[in-house]
Design a protein around this ligand. Structure first.
Ligand code: KG4
Ligand code: ZN
Length: 347
């Protein structure tokens, strides 16, 4: 079964054709990052207009490169930016109607948890139950996956997402957008030298109770962000830190705090159930320090750690088309009436 997947939830216009859930026949990603760079973050209206401009070309190229007939059209309907989601959803509806094929609406967060299985040759069902960890620009969720295609959030960030914490720090320090890749690189070059202490992101009990989740599986990055801001202010500003050659130490320590927080909560979550695998997805899962820390965490818990190939870590259409294979029975006429859900949750 060949499924076309379309993704426009944020700043990537993407489409892919995937056979039987895991074999990627084509994957085209047009990234808008240069358009948003001057603003230090994604501007929804610019994103929407760029999706409109590129969607035909991106979908056409994915179909041409795959060179097969498709059996269904899958699309992200949330979470994400409403003006961006609308472009992909409407394109997918039009295409599904024109081709007389079913439409499958997919949750973007759940799709990130499918990425480690793309082009991998592993049947996801053999690795269940699994613990999922989505770490992206907008989300940080620990997800219980009792069976393949079944998702329940058991922990999350109570404020900023991990990617947001990287991006905001980079903005404050004048390192550009997005912040994750540049901070990752600086931290890698700084490895092995002395670090300073930043808060490890442990939230207060009461706050996590409000979200109905246990504190030990929740994280908060707002204190970390404030600690960085205070450090910068107390040391004469970002320019002064740069002139003093202090940026690498600050950045590496800041990244270490984020990774420490994520690894610690992951270890707690793995201890709660006899999981077979730790499945990690989202843009931040590209971070080399995080990968190493989570590998170690998984090894200690006796589970297999699974990460996506680099090209599937950021937003892409293959994860949408891939997950859609397990959703064949949720398709059809009703899907054509689906609206976008900007704040859709896991499960
Ligand atoms: O999954 P993604 O492409 O988009 C969302 O759905 O949000 O994730 C984008 C996020 C950005 O915040 C970016 O800074 C972060 O992923 N990121 C990284 C790395 N590469 C991208 N964070 C840490 N280390 C990296 N190497
Ligand atoms: Zn994403």
């Amino acid at each position: 079964m060949n499924i076309l997947g379309i993704e426009t939830s944020c700043d990537e216009t993407a489409a892919a054709v995937v056979a039987d859930g895991c074999t990627v026949l084509s994957s085209v990603v047009y990234t808008q990052i240069p358009l948003h760079q001057p603003y230090g973050g994604v501007v929804p209206e610019i994103a929407s207009r760029a999706h409109i401009e590129k969607i035909r070309h991106v979908v056409g190229t994915a179909l041409r490169q795959a060179g097969v007939e498709i059996d269904a059209v899958a699309v992200t309907y949330g979470p994400g930016l409403a003006p961006a989601l609308i472009v992909g959803l409407n394109a997918a509806k039009g295409l599904a109607m024109a081709l007389g094929k079913p439409l499958i609406c997919i949750n973007h967060l759940e799709a990130h948890l499918h990425t480690p299985f793309l082009d991998e040759g592993t049947d996801p069902r053999d690795l269940m139950p699994a613990l999922g960890l989505v770490v992206s620009g907008g989300h940080t969720n620990w997800v219980d996956m009792p069976a393949y295609g079944v998702y329940r959030t058991i922990g999350q960030t109570l404020d900023d997402a991990a990617g947001e914490a990287f991006d905001k720090a980079a903005k404050l320090l004048g390192l550009g957008y997005p912040g994750g890749p540049v901070i990752d690189k600086i931290a890698r070059e700084y490895a092995g030298r002395d670090h300073m202490r930043f808060p490890k992101g442990r939230p207060r009990e009461g706050v996590s109770a409000l979200a109905g989740l246990p504190a030990e599986l929740c994280v908060s990055f707002s204190g970390l962000k404030t600690a960085l801001l205070r450090h910068v202010e107390q040391n004469g500003g970002a320019e002064k830190l740069r002139a003093d050659g202090e940026i690498p130490r600050v950045v590496a320590s800041y990244q270490e705090a984020i990774i420490g927080a994520l690894a610690e909560r992951t270890a707690k979550a793995l201890a709660r159930k006899p999981y077979k695998a730790l499945v990690v997805g989202g843009g931040v899962s590209l971070n080399s320090g995080l990968r190493a820390a989570l590998e170690k965490t998984a090894e200690r818990a006796g589970v297999k750690a699974m990460f996506a190939k680099a090209k599937y870590c950021g937003d892409n259409g293959a994860m949408i088309a891939g997950l859609a294979f397990s959703r064949r029975n949720l398709t059809g006429e009703a899907a054509l009436r689906t609206d976008v859900h900007p704040s859709l949750d896991v499960g």
